[in-house]
Design a protein. Structure first.
Length: 129
């Protein structure tokens, strides 16, 4: 009889482990981690030119080899995106900004004052004229 209880307890333990694995998407998350590299996962979570626009910000940093920090302005209400490319103990470019999720009607930035260096949909890399 002691042997039957031990087997029943093991069965319950295995079922609980399987239930928790499925509930917390263990198998799906493991597949995503193995299939996608770090930058692809960040782009899928933070967007290329939407949400926090990680993809566009990283593209600008890589293409233009930014040596200093750059001011990033998001016209929608999302958390700050500065942390994606922040360089400690470096100054900011005074005449350059990255504008993401540009909203023509409600934006605090006047595009006429800037030269557009790079544009993708409603994301801009701008320099003062």
């Amino acid at each position: 009889m002691n042997l039957k209880i031990l087997k029943f307890d093991n069965l319950i333990f295995i079922l609980v482990i399987i239930f928790l694995s499925v509930h917390f998407k263990f198998f799906e998350n493991t597949y995503i981690i193995l299939k996608s590299d770090y930058h692809q996962r960040l782009i899928s979570n933070y967007g290329y030119c939407e949400k926090n626009s990680y993809g566009f910000i990283k593209y600008v940093e890589d293409k233009y080899k930014l040596k200093k920090n750059i001011k990033i302005i998001n016209d929608e209400s999302y958390p700050l995106s500065d942390g994606f490319i922040y360089k400690p103990k470096k100054n900011y470019y005074k005449n350059q900004i990255i504008l993401i999720n540009y909203n023509e009607k409600d934006s605090s930035i006047d595009l006429k004052k800037y030269k557009i260096i790079e544009k993708y949909k409603n994301c801009f890399y701008l320099k003062l004229k």
